[in-house]
Design a protein around this ligand. Structure first.
Ligand code: ATP
Length: 286
């Protein structure tokens, strides 16, 4: 059995996000097309003989106790599979926090995958998905990665092929947006324009980069953009600088731009860096 394992935890973006209604259990019924980009945290997991979970990170601004989603993943696996050993998990954070990029969910998913290997548990993926759903709505998608249409509260997945290869420029303005607050403010029955998951699926299956760009949509922009005009300004700047399609990811505040030509990247990156500190230019994970 290995004594140390490593896992990558990539960031997710939503190519479309629709909210159908608020459910009686308080969750929202959503329809999303999610995919992953090559901006990833890295988890190092090392077995400890003592029955304990220790989390460390170079990022000073995330919880390192039971509030950390990787801690919760380790605790859940230990309880469910009666694992007596402990684990030391180091999180090398690269994904901006509270950014709408599912950094915490991806760390939890990477912890589930990694601990399955570290402790030789042979948990099938279907069971990891169920465990993931207990930790958060985005965790099941982060367990599998790839590209998927997510329904329910985000945990029901239909995998589809990946979009064609392209560049993704991500820019996060220096504000914090709480996902719970955005959903709390959304009036699901007052949404005027619903983006279509099936139209996005068609565009991806046809590998049409232009149609993907035309069909981007996120109803949470209706809440976040009026609250934070800097997000709208970032979207406009990305379009002005030449991005082919632009959208806010998740509940924000990160904005992403899809770009087909590598030759455009330097102009967009440098233009955004003029007024936004956190900018990344990465590849779509395909
Ligand atoms: P989502 O789009 O799924 O809501 P997000 O990208 O907006 O996620 P995260 O980066 O996952 O947000 O962080 C949300 C909150 O979760 C933060 O306020 C942070 O304190 C907490 N958190 C718990 N575990 C982690 C983790 N491993 N990495 C980052 N944040 C974490």
């Amino acid at each position: 059995m290995p004594v140390k394992v490593y896992e990558k935890a990539p960031a997710k973006i939503n190519l479309m996000l629709d909210v159908l209604r608020k459910r009686e259990d308080g969750y929202h019924e959503v329809e999303m097309v999610m995919t992953m980009v090559d901006l990833a945290d890295r988890l190092e997991m090392e077995e400890l003989p003592r029955d304990t979970i220790i989390i460390s990170s170079q990022a000073g601004y995330i919880p390192l106790d039971e509030k950390n989603l990787a801690f919760q993943a380790a605790k859940l696996i230990k309880e469910r599979y009666q694992v007596k050993q402990g684990v030391y998990i180091h999180l090398d954070k690269k994904i901006p926090v509270a950014a709408g990029l599912a950094g915490g969910s991806s760390d939890a998913a990477a912890a589930l995958r990694g601990l399955n290997r570290l402790w030789g548990l042979n948990i099938p993926e279907s069971e990891l998905l169920t465990l993931g759903a207990e930790l958060g709505s985005d965790v099941p998608f982060c367990v599998t990665g790839g590209t998927a249409i997510a329904t329910g509260r985000g945990e029901k997945l239909e995998h589809i092929i990946n979009p064609p290869q392209c560049w993704v420029v991500l820019a996060k303005p220096p504000i914090n947006v709480s996902t719970a607050d955005v959903y709390g403010r959304l009036r699901a029955n007052e949404i005027k324009a619903h983006p279509s998951a099936s139209a996005m699926k068609e565009a991806i299956e046809a590998q049409s980069f232009t149609d993907i760009c035309d069909r981007l949509g996120n109803v949470l922009e209706d809440v976040t953009l009026p609250l934070h005009p800097e997000v709208q300004q970032l979207k406009e700047a990305m379009i002005r600088l030449g991005a082919d399609g632009v959208l806010m990811s998740g509940s924000g505040p990160t904005v992403f731009g899809l770009v087909s030509k590598e030759s455009k990247i330097a102009r967009i990156y440098n233009g955004l860096r003029g007024f936004c500190k956190e900018v990344y230019a990465v590849r779509m994970l395909t």
